[in-house]
Structures are given as structure tokens and as C-alpha cells.
Design a protein around this ligand. Structure first.
Ligand SMILES: [Fe+2]
Ligand SMILES: [Fe+2]
Length: 282
């Protein structure tokens, strides 16, 4: 029986692109994956950023921690409802890691003793923080960043696909995926680097591995209000730069396994995507 999976990452809520998100939901609803793999940086956790001026860049990005969580959880539930997977895979990215990192910066000894208590750690576990119980579907949680997960439930490592958020972003599209196929020694999907690429590697013995750089679903360059809110008058994005200089692409991937893997990389641009010859619009 065919196995189908959809992989998305780098929504960066509240800096997500609502139109890209809508299109991803529509394509996913038609593809009907068994697994919806949420591969990190679903949340930006902008309010926990250590870059002072960024927390209130402009009127659209003024957020507090609670409202970021509410919005991100609600977006996850919206996608799950549209796509109807049998299971969700959840991986934290470096942005979710901001939550734990904030704890390490507490300097008050008593407060530090409290947050390091094992009982309290149980309460502020990410599974509770992001309210997985409310998703209405089974969630496989990878644990702490930068852990990844195998995409297929039963295939052995050399035939499976390793999906991780990643922590390296090479400037040229395809370089991060190429290096990771080499490093992990199997097929891989990686987020974080904001590029869009699908590369193949053939090894002797008719072994065919692929690597995907999975793009993002976030805004690419957010204009500052007043022109100087981040100190430089530059656009804010991930990272902060002029949009024209960013080699960032929106997208997601769809994978089918029917004895072999047939991965499809879906490009999303300006609220549009094409899948199976059909144009999807937000
Ligand atoms: Fe990211
Ligand atoms: Fe990331």
C-alpha cells in the first residue's frame, strides 16, 4: 500500500505568510498524506528574541508570548483539519529552542532552582506548551532540537527518509541537502536554510538517495514602519536583509512510497502553487 507524507517547516508564526499557509493547506487536502511532518520553526517566538529592537519592529509584529502560542497552535490545528493526516510528526527548530534558552539566562538563584526542578520541567514540556492533546490526531514528538525523525514508520534507515530541521544554511540552493545526504548516509529532508532544492545521489548497487531543502511558509522580508525601527531602516526577515538579496523560497514537499520513494517539491510563490497540473491560489 502506498505511504504518503507532506513535510512543511519554517512557518515562523507570527511572521508567517498567510497566503502561503492557505495554499499549503489546499494542496495537502488534495494529497491526503498519512503523515503531516511539521519540521521545525513553526513558531518564531519573536517575543523571546534576544535581538532587542526586533520584538516590536512594526505594528504587525508587536506580539507577546501568549498570543504567539495561541496563533501558532491555532494554525497547526487549521492545517491538520484541512489535511487530515493519520499522524503528525513534530520537530522543534532553533526558534522553538528560544523557549528553553530563555530559562538558561535566569540569573536569580531561587528562580533558577525552581525552573530546574524536574516536576516543573514536566509541566513546561513542549508537548504541553504547544497543546498537542488539542490537535485531535496522534503526534510523534522528536524531543529536543535538533532531533529529527524517520519519515516512514517501518522502513530500515537505508530505505527510509531522515527529516530534521537542521542548523546550517548554505547560500547556494542544493548545497545544504547535498552535504546532509553525505553526512547522514541516507535520503534527507531539511528545513532552516530557506532554500528550495531536490537533489539525487546514485550509489553503486542501484541505491538512490535524495535530499530536499524544503523552503519556508514565512514572510520574506517584512518592511519596517517608519523606515528605522530596527535601527538600520532595513527590511526584517529571516535573517534581516533587503528582500532582493535573500535567496529565500517558499515551498513544501509531498512524498509517496510505493516500493521506492517519489518525492515532489512544491514551490509556493505569491499565494500560488501548482501541483498535479492544477493551480492553487490563496
Ligand atoms: Fe527558520
Ligand atoms: Fe531554523
Amino acid at each position: 500500500m502506498d505511504f504518503r507524507a507532506m513535510v512543511v517547516n519554517d512557518l515562523q508564526c507570527p511572521l508567517h505568510d498567510q497566503r502561503a499557509f492557505d495554499v499549503a493547506c489546499q494542496v495537502g487536502a488534495d494529497f491526503k498524506p498519512d503523515v503531516l511532518d511539521i519540521n521545525g520553526d513553526w513558531f518564531d517566538l519573536l517575543s523571546l528574541s534576544t535581538y532587542g529592537g526586533i520584538r516590536s519592529l512594526n505594528e504587525k509584529t508587536v506580539v507577546d508570548f501568549d498570543s504567539e502560542l495561541e496563533r501558532g497552535i491555532s494554525l497547526a490545528k487549521t492545517m491538520i483539519k484541512a489535511v487530515k493526516p493519520k499522524r503528525v510528526h513534530w520537530k522543534n527548530g532553533n526558534h522553538e529552542f528560544r523557549f528553553v534558552r530563555a530559562f538558561t539566562r535566569i540569573s536569580d538563584a531561587a528562580a533558577k532552582a525552581i525552573v530546574n526542578s524536574q516536576r516543573l520541567k514536566h509541566i513546561y514540556d513542549y508537548r504541553n506548551l504547544f497543546d498537542f492533546d488539542s490537535f485531535g490526531v496522534k503526534v510523534t514528538y522528536a524531543g529536543d532540537y535538533p532531533n529529527g525523525l524517520w519519515l516512514h514508520p517501518t522502513l530500515p534507515p537505508d530505505q527510509n527518509v531522515w527529516v530534521e530541521h537542521g542548523y546550517i544554511a548554505r547560500k547556494n540552493s542544493g548545497y545544504t541537502a547535498t552535504a546532509l545526504v553525505q553526512e547522514r548516509g541516507t535520503s534527507v529532508i531539511v528545513g532552516h536554510c530557506e532554500r528550495l532544492a531536490l537533489i539525487w545521489k546514485h550509489s553503486v548497487g542501484d541505491r538512490n538517495y535524495f535530499g530536499i531543502e524544503n523552503g519556508n511558509l514565512s514572510l520574506i522580508g517584512v518592511p519596517p514602519s517608519g523606515g528605522h525601527t530596527n535601527g538600520q531602516g532595513l527590511y526584517f526577515g529571516v535573517p534581516h536583509s533587503v528582500p532582493d538579496f535573500m535567496n529565500h523560497q517558499q515551498g513544501m514537499s509531498l512524498l509517496t512510497h510505493n516500493g521506492e520513494w517519489f518525492p515532489e517539491l512544491i514551490r509556493i510563490s505569491k499565494g500560488k502553487a501548482v501541483y498535479a497540473g492544477k493551480t492553487y491560489k490563496s
